[in-house]
Design a protein around this ligand. Structure first.
Ligand code: GRF
Length: 223
């Protein structure tokens, strides 16, 4: 089944680009009805325009209340016939006024292994903390920031000589894989939600390894 997406961006839009590329390649069964930015300089707007996708810029500063901004977004998304809302680097917390009409149909990507390092500058948080496994998470959105049920996570190694941009680039490469994958599962109707547990129907168990450590275990501890 083809799902109709509305994508919200604030910045570069590289995740949007990956989603558009997968749609163009036929690996993601979706159409993007509209891309909305809250920042006129968002490169994501240009990427969408280049692909012939309708765009809108809605500046949150122009609304007296958070809820008023959210209502405007809802109108645009509903008018465009959007079924699923995809947050792709959208730097605003959405209120229940936004979430209610799209209940259970808003997803986000976060550049850390939630619940570790929620909030802004997650890449720097991971570097500063000295984590050995960093990563990214695609999750449903609820009223709390970076909190809703988790659909997929990917781990990447973090090294002592990483800075946030080097680690961020390693994470972003995986973001561009797991977001389209999660959306394709949604398009296939394979995602079921029970409380916080997300089931992906028909998906294999992780087989690449029984475990994964960073640094790698050495003999005899690797047996
Ligand atoms: C990504 O790291 C995403 O996880 C976070 O914001 C960043 C957006 O990057 N929510 P881009 O605009 O998709 O390039």
């Amino acid at each position: 089944m083809t799902i109709t997406l509305g994508v919200l961006v604030s910045g570069s839009g590289s995740n949007l680009q990956s989603i558009m590329d997968h749609i163009a390649q036929g690996t993601l069964d979706a159409t993007i009805a509209v891309v909305i930015a809250n920042n006129p300089d968002a490169l994501g707007l240009q990427r969408a325009q280049k692909a012939g996708i309708p765009t809108q810029c809605v500046m949150h500063q122009e609304f007296p209340k958070r809820e008023d901004f959210d209502i405007q977004l809802v109108h645009i998304l509903q008018d465009a016939g959007v079924e699923w809302v995809v947050l792709a680097g959208f730097m605003r917390i959405l209120t229940p006024v936004f979430l209610a009409p799209f209940a259970g149909r808003v997803v986000n990507i976060h550049p850390a292994l939630l619940p570790a390092c929620p909030g802004i500058e997650a890449q720097a948080q991971q570097v500063d903390y000295g984590v050995r496994l960093a990563g990214c998470t695609v999750h449903f959105v609820d009223e709390k920031m970076d909190h809703g049920p988790i659909i997929i996570q990917a781990a990447v190694p973090a090294y002592a000589d990483d800075d946030s941009s080097r680690l961020g680039a390693r994470i972003l490469e995986l973001e561009h894989r797991i977001y389209p994958q999660a959306l394709q599962w949604i398009a296939e109707g394979r995602i079921q939600l029970q409380d916080r547990q997300v089931q992906v129907q028909g998906v294999a168990r992780s087989t690449s390894s029984r475990w994964w450590t960073n640094p790698p275990l050495e003999a005899p501890f690797d047996q």
